[in-house]
Each structure stands twice: as C-alpha cells, then as structure tokens.
Unconditional design. Sequence first.
Length: 473
Amino acid sequence: MERVLGEECSLCLKLKPMSEVRVAAGNAAFDEKIRSMAESVQARTRYHSIELPDGSVLPGLQPIEHLKSRLALFGLPEDLRGKRVLDIGAWDGWFSFECERRGAAVVALDCVELATFLEAKELLASKVEYLTLDVAEISAARLGTFDIVLFFGVLYHLRHPLLGLERVLEVCTDVALIESFVIEAEARAIPTVMEFYERAELGGQLDNWCGPSPECLVSMCRSAGFAQVDLLEITSQRASVKCQRHWPDTGVAGGPAPLLVSAVNSRTYLPVFHQFKDEYICCFFKSAEEGLAVDDLMLEVDGFGVPAILVAANGAGAWQANCLRPVGLAPGRHSVTLGVRTSGRSNPAQFTVLDAEGKAPVSGGASAVSHAAELCSAEYQASADLRLTAGRAGTLVVYFRSEAEELGSADVWIEVAGRTVQSQTISSLGDGVWQGNVVLSEELPEPAGVRLRLGIGDWSEHQTVRRETVRRG
C-alpha cells in the first residue's frame, strides 16, 4: 500500500494510482480482489486478527500491527478509564476489545451477529456489550451518549451517508473517529463530489453505495454538525478523519464579546423548531469586528460546537450567522451562544424544540424566572402588507429592563387589552435592555394599556401602547 501526499487539491492531499490494483468502481482487478476477500470471510476467516491473553493470535486478514497502526493514527489515549466508547460496524471486534483493554466501557454493534466476535469475546472474557443494529436504528434515546465513537469502514455501505453521520453525531459527546473508502481527489472548482453506485459497481458488492472524494467526506462531517474535522491521512484510498464536537480552546480572548440579539428559525423568525425538520438557526448579533467570515465564528448549542454555514454583514456592526439546527435535540428549551476567534463568547439566547406532534412540551414552556422587569415602552405596528393580515393584524413590541442574564420567549408574559399572552420572540439589546414581540390576530383597540411579567415574578407598571403609523402596501 502506498501513502502519497501532494499539493494539488484544496486539502493538500492527492492520491496517485496504486501500483498493483487500482481501487475504483468498475475495475475488474479490484472486483476480483474483493471477491477473494469475501470468500475468505464467508469461510469464517477473520478480517481482524485477535490477540489472546496467552499471547497466541487468532489470525485474520489484517494483522495485529496493522490494526494498531490504524488506531494509533487518531492519537487515542492509552488510558480510557471513565470513557464510554461505541464501535459502529465492529465486525470481528478488535477495536472494541482494544478500547476495553484500555479501560473504556464499550458497546459494539453491527448489522449482523458474527460468530467470530462472540468467540473472541468468550476467549477474552470480555464485558463488551454486543448489539445487532443498523446505523438507522442508532439514537441517543436508545443507546445513550458516548465520549468516543468509532465509525470504521461503514460510511460507503450506507444508502444515506449524511444521515449516517448525523446518527454518529447524535450519540457522540466528544470525538468520532471515521475511516472510509474515498475516490481519488479531483482538480475541479468544486472538489466535494461523490460517486453513487446503483448496483455492484464497486468491488462487485451490492452494499457499496457511494464513494466520496476526500473533500466531500470532510464537508459531510462538518455538515452533520461536527465543530472540528481533520483529515489525517489517505492510504490506498482509505481516508481517516477525526471529528470533534467542541471548538478548540483559544485561550483568553482580547476583544469584546459579541452581543447575541436573538436566535430564531430562519423560516418563521420565531425561536421555535420542530424535532424532525431540517431547519436553520439564524443568529442576529452585534460585533465590533470587521470582515467576519464563516470560519471566524464558533457557534455553540447547549455547549457543543456547531459550524456556521453563512455569515452576512447587516450594517452598523450588525451581523447575521446561520447554522443547521443540530440533530437529536430533545423537545424543550435549548441555549445558543456565539464566539469570534479574536474575542470572547456572547450572552446566551434561547429557543424551543417542539415534540414529534409539533407541540411545546410542558417542561419546555414552564418558567421559574422571577426577576423584576421595568417596562420602558410599548408600541403597536399594524401589518404593512394586506396579503398577510389573515391572523396577523399587527405586532405588539415591548421594551423592558431586567437584570436577568438569560431569557426565553416563554419567560415573558404580556397583558394587553385584558388578554394575557406569551411573547413570541425575545431579543437582548444589551445593557440589560430587552425586546419582546407578539403578533396579534386582531386589531388592538385604542387606547390600550399593557404591562409585563417575567415568569412567576410581579407585574410591571402599566404603560399606554404607542401606535406606529405604517403605510399599507
């Protein structure tokens, strides 16, 4: 096997054709090699060699030293005590048993139960939990979460590879180690390409579905939601990628932290998301930084890093950043913060995830906030677009002061014209000043009074609603 580094592609990694057998879909020599290996495996020849306590070895197609070098590439610590490891696609189990030897509590799973795994487990007196599951069946609700997830030789066997990576992210709290077949890197304007194999084009196997380029593999890992993705090596068209859930520690930042005004659903502009929809978080923030790019931002949801997809300047120090809502978030309240590499981390903003039926869970809507609120002013803005007046007569906007460091829309109650409603959006304007908005289904009578309460706190003094004149369009 030949290891080659080059400079032509954007990841500074380029493959050269292998001297013996070219790994590629439709290559006759490669198909024959895979068929020979498959016949050996079906005859109960192990793929992984397994070393037993007495020093003897159950031989496999991959020798012990090769397996050790594959794992060493990722820099996995020798001491894994206190860690929980998930080995997806465990096959004969060498990686599972090795992590257990290092002190980890290990769950191994594969789509079929292998006698070779069970035999090695018995001979090693192993306590590894062995499950027969497809990748599509993996979830945090079912398996819990893991510090480390191994995902070796699985991705290209999936009909839905990006969904598979999202399953990995959902159960991973720290690092995922990923190894996959990749096609040769291409010199093209957009190198993130992937081959799709409808039948048995790759190696004559019916369960080989895709071949991503190295750039595509890295991009898919980021798109799944990993904060840091590092391509470590490509050997014989097998790429090794280390994916981390957290941003690097940049030390003490010198500049002022950005002000996160609000975090809302980019479709509705409300801080509400559905549990199973592909929806984007739109963060509106203020920063004194200039020329911000996507890679300058470090978004976090519930403390886990989330890559930004877009950043745009809105003028006068105002910015917008979008990211995909992370998969696997339970129904209820969640928190977003935003950091810039040259400054500190912002204040938090809250949003709510609805349940499978599109309803806010009771625990997600309840509030124990009891901070006092000083209502500064309130204004009513009639709908400016006659096409949108059905159920949207106008918007009530309230401005108030509070010492609370974090508020969600469910924390803000507004009494107006004898009705009590919850704020639909909440925005931090800095220096303890907040803004709450609620869309009213009926015209607000004139004059109208309004008061405000935070959670279970006391009501503020009444204010008269000021009416804003809006030209109808």
